[in-house]
Design a protein around this ligand. Structure first.
Ligand SMILES: CC(C)(COP(=O)(O)OP(=O)(O)OC[C@H]1O[C@@H](n2cnc3c(N)ncnc32)[C@H](O)[C@@H]1OP(=O)(O)O)[C@@H](O)C(=O)NCCC(=O)NCCS
Length: 160
């Protein structure tokens, strides 16, 4: 994929775009736009879109409840993977969580999802739990790992 990719905040109005990306990234677990609109809105929900020009190529959907934030879903289109976009989206979620007052960011990842586990490892997440049989697979079930990363608040402008 050529050209710069920009990140932009998104919310319920972009639910249709996010649903299409979610479907492309998780063909076995598509979410409908109405659910995404609810999750991406207040209180505490937010999303970030990655755009190659005007073409959406990735997203992250997250929410904050009190001091805990959670990445609900993150995905990059297959043709846009391997270029650091997943990492940028995780960092954007971290930044959004900090802005909304969270001190920790959690997520669940399937134990057999090597790409996502590599992404979270390189971003500094560590495992705080394991839920056996959490995800369904065609040939059985697979555990979810619960990962955590500390979140620092927004930095104060210079002079403060
Ligand atoms: C997981 C996903 C978001 C990664 O997106 P990406 O844009 O390819 O990730 P990046 O290019 O930012 O890679 C980040 C790191 O993860 C590693 N990584 C990414 N894909 C990998 C793979 N298939 N195998 C091994 N390592 C991988 C990279 O080497 C990179 O490490 P580095 O920064 O030390 O070089 C993408 O594969 C995806 O959308 N998968 C389908 C949906 C999904 O599984 N979402 C996560 C659910 S928990």
């Amino acid at each position: 994929m050529s050209g710069a990719v920009t990140l932009q905040p998104a919310g319920p109005l972009e639910a249709g775009v996010i649903a299409a990306l979610q479907r492309a990234c998780f063909p076995d677990d598509p979410w409908d736009a109405a659910s995404i609109a609810t999750l991406a809105g207040p209180p505490g929900g937010f999303a970030v879109l990655a755009l190659a020009g005007e073409q959406p190529v990735g997203f992250v959907l997250a929410r904050v409840a009190a001091e805990d934030a959670e990445i609900l879903a993150i995905g990059v289109l297959p043709e846009a993977r391997g270029g650091g976009l997943g990492r940028r989206l995780v960092e954007a979620a971290m930044e959004g969580a900090g802005r909304l007052g969270a001190t920790a960011l959690f997520l669940e990842v399937a134990e057999d999802n090597d790409a996502a586990r590599a992404l979270y490892k390189t971003c500094g997440f560590y495992s705080v739990g394991r839920r056996p049989g959490y995800y369904r697979r065609a040939d059985g079930r697979v555990a979810a790992l619960v990962l955590r990363h500390a979140v620092t608040g927004p930095s104060l402008p210079a002079g403060h």
